[in-house]
Write a protein that binds this ligand. Sequence first.
Ligand code: GDP
Length: 432
Amino acid sequence: LPVIAIVGRPNVGKSALVNRILGRREAVVEDTPGVTRDRVSYKGEWLDRRFTLVDTGGWEPDAKGIDASVAAQAEVAIDLSDVVLFVVDATVGATATDEHVVRLLRKTKKPVFLVANKVDDARQEPEAAALWNLGLGEPYPVSALHGRGVADMLDEVFKVLPQVSAVAKEEFGGPRRVAILGRPNVGKSSLLNKAAREERVVVNDLAGTTRDPVDEQIELGGKVWRFVDTAGIRRRVHLQQGADFYASLRTQAALEKAEVAVVLLDVSQPISEQDVRIIDLVLESGRALVLAYNKWDLLDDDRRRYLEREIEQDLHHVAWAPRVNISAKTGRHLEKLVPALEVALESWDTRIPTGKFNAFLTELVQAHPHPLRGGKQPRILFGTQASTRPPTFVLFTTGFLDPGYRRFIQRRLREIYGFVGTPIVLNMRVRE
Ligand code: GDP
């Protein structure tokens, strides 16, 4: 989906604008694995156009770190989006912090909309007009709170927003896109450097292709792979406050562009909440997943026993992901990453024909009927795989299936069809 990102300093009304743009939407019953606490991207719809909206304002810094953090937000937003909405408080005007971001935004080739917020009535429009001098083109006066001007602004946004994300379109059929994820110091940049050093870094000088400078192409196992958002790994922005939020944003930005994620874990450390959170973000994004246990050279027998126990405990829900035990430092088993990526992507792309899927369902229901609920039993009428990437199934039923039963169906799907390395989504349409 094309991506719209919202940027601006604290208190200019970014959240209000996000709510206004998303409007009230019917919640879809979706059995997405994983829970995410710091969500920054949302699926939206406007006049039948679907898009992803990224809110960089989920975290509001205190006065000290503002300049750096707003600039960091802007930088991420520019990297990952197709259109940037830069929100300024028209009642305050542009501040020094705004100027900082403006410099970044002037440099990008991506379309930028200058949104002059808090213009609650026409008398305030001259204040909005004063923002012309920022050099970002025409300011769009809006009131996120009351809705004034928002529709007009969005009409213009959708004129320039591509139907498909520029990234997705450009890369169709190109090298497969990999995100390297993990908490700070797990060895992301070491892995990237090792891979780039041992193998051949492919230089892009194809005329006319606009390559994202934050990505790198590396040949591994005889095939070219595109590692997305590597600038985020190499640049290593260190923020004192909000580092978690920033990291989470970067992770989601990379996931937007990737097809498969390699989540690195540091085996010399206990598996942390942050590790689990990163994996949850992958699950939520619906990307394929490979788990790489790094720093294997530091492992002794004692620690190894603990590790296996921790994995069983904390990562049981992703036991389906291919696992590689590597050392970015010594290069141990790095070559095993490629088959792991390949199998995960193959699963991610798998389609089960409707006939086969219904035969599977019939057999499953006969052997293990849904438990009775108040004397009644929800029936599965029909099922089909609605899409791949990740495999997404829709079940037409006569009542809601218990979560336990839905998990059972997913487990059986994995037993029969494998689906190694991909999340599976199971949706229901209930016909009462
Ligand atoms: P990043 O923050 O995830 O990019 O982590 P880095 O790649 O910067 O690595 C953090 C630290 O861990 C550095 O001191 C690396 O040298 C070290 N490191 C990375 N991979 C390994 C490994 O496989 N074994 C050992 N012993 N150290 C590693």
